[in-house]
Design a protein around this ligand. Structure first.
Ligand SMILES: Nc1nc2c(c(=O)[nH]1)N[C@H]1C(S)=C(S)[C@@H](COP(=O)(O)O)O[C@H]1N2
Ligand SMILES: [Mo]
Length: 214
């Protein structure tokens, strides 16, 4: 679609689209909110490695360590006792779908930084999950208002399929940078590449730069 009034048009078309109960979607260009090569979806697709780990809240922990002054392991209760934050953001998956206006609640990464006190040598963060998934980011990318360890999505406890009890949300990068079922967060001097980063995906993953492959 190369119409100028693309945002309104697309939203009208989106509202009209019906595919027999399937995912409703629309392709268009020129929306200031949709990164290049992305299309908007209303549903929320599930992507994983074929494993959806089941972690009872009584057994769940997240461990934060590496180059930090105050490493910590939080139980579910301790995690909920941290300052809580709400943030609304768009979600961009490298497989080309985007989902607007996701309301997340959880612990802001900035508060996690205050809790564990990264050493000056800490430059990178590696996330490891209960399904053995890993992904990496520069510390400065995580040190942002919209980066959360999220337990609630649009007012509901985050479902298992979407990474509950707790997943990472990093809206300014493609969604594979946000670890579902997060288990360990390790601050490091070195950039250690994660699951998709060693398999040809971009190390930086900027949706607005169409930065998909490494
Ligand atoms: N632990 C874990 N986190 C993960 C993944 C995964 O397979 N395992 N997939 C990533 C990918 S490729 C994407 S696009 C998003 C998908 O999140 P969703 O299933 O909630 O849409 O989770 C990311 N985080
Ligand atoms: Mo993905």
């Amino acid at each position: 679609m190369d119409d100028q009034n693309s945002l309104t048009k697309a939203k009208e078309q989106w509202a009209r689209a019906r595919r027999g109960g399937e995912e409703r979607e629309v392709f268009y260009e020129g929306d200031e909110r949709l990164p290049p090569g992305q299309h908007l979806v209303e549903t929320w697709p599930v992507l994983d490695l074929g494993i959806k780990p089941d972690i009872p809240l009584s057994e769940w922990t997240v461990t934060i360590g590496g180059c930090v002054e105050a490493p910590v392991t939080w139980t579910w209760e301790e995690f909920l006792a941290q300052p809580q934050c709400r943030n609304v953001s768009d979600f961009h998956c490298v497989t080309s779908w985007s989902r607007f206006d996701n309301e997340w609640k959880g612990v802001q990464f900035k508060d996690l930084i205050l809790a564990v006190k990264p050493l000056p040598s800490a430059k990178f963060v590696l996330f490891k999950s209960y399904d053995e998934y890993t992904t990496n980011l520069p510390l400065e990318a995580c040190d942002d208002d919209d980066v959360l360890l999220a337990h609630t999505w649009n007012g509901h406890a985050l479902s298992k399929e979407h990474g509950g009890p707790v997943r990472v949300i990093i809206p300014k990068r493609y969604a594979w940078k946000g670890a579902k079922w997060v288990k360990e967060i390790t601050f490091s001097e070195n950039d250690v590449k994660g699951f998709w980063e060693v398999r040809g995906y971009s190390n930086t993953a900027f949706p607005w730069k169409n930065d998909r492959y490494g």
